[in-house]
Design a protein around this ligand. Structure first.
Ligand SMILES: Cc1cc2nc3c(=O)[nH]c(=O)nc-3n(C[C@H](O)[C@H](O)[C@H](O)COP(=O)(O)O)c2cc1C
Length: 181
């Protein structure tokens, strides 16, 4: 198995193993007011199409950022094996209602609450506290696909760090380049 295939296999594992460090990624956007980064959970991976899947709220700042510029950067860090993965890609909303419903059906009730706030995420909390409307939660739920076009791996080692770049080639294997760490 080559290095790119190993990375994709690890990303798939991170969606299955809830304790895997790559399950939580830093999700960077370039919004109208500059860059932003936040933690998100890697929900699914399409290792054939090279897509990463995330859930979010349609009303969140990151959605406005993506509408401004769909290019995103992701950061994964595994302190267990000193491995950093940086990913660049293009984010888009899943347009198939069937697929979105399929993901929604897998979300337990307690987690659906995240999408049910009456006010948008990030808005100032009113004096009445946090109010929910479970009827609208599904409408606020968005499945984000990130089509990956480049990746970079850095493995920190006492005997010498290893850094590799990967570029997606249409229809072919990933182009791998060794880089000076
Ligand atoms: C461990 C962890 C996991 C998170 N997972 C998600 C997630 O999967 N989707 C999401 O939209 N926000 C997630 N969040 C919340 C985001 O970090 C962020 O606070 C929220 O999405 C609002 O970001 P925005 O205003 O930049 O859009 C998570 C936060 C933490 C700490």
């Amino acid at each position: 198995m080559n290095h790119a295939e190993e990375i994709w296999k690890t990303l798939v594992r991170a969606t299955v193993d809830k304790k895997h460090p790559w399950r939580v990624a830093g999700f960077g956007t370039a919004g109208a007011n500059g860059p932003q980064v936040r933690s998100v959970i890697l929900r699914a991976v399409n290792a054939v199409e090279h897509q990463l899947v995330f859930y979010t709220d349609a009303r969140s700042q990151k959605m406005a950022d993506i509408a401004h510029d769909p290019r995103v950067a992701l950061l994964f860090w595994n302190a267990g094996n000193n491995t950093q993965l940086r990913v660049c890609g293009k984010a888009s909303c899943e347009s198939s209602e069937l697929i979105v419903n399929d993901f929604w059906d897998q979300i337990p009730d307690y987690a659906r609450r995240d999408y049910a706030t009456l006010s948008a995420p990030g808005h100032v909390l009113g004096s009445g506290g946090l109010l929910h409307d479970f009827e609208t939660a599904r409408r606020n739920f968005v499945v984000l696909n990130v089509g990956v076009h480049s990746m970079e791996l850095l493995v920190l080692k006492r005997e010498g760090h290893v850094r590799m770049g990967f570029e997606k080639r249409q229809g072919g294997p990933w182009q791998e380049t060794g880089l000076v760490p």
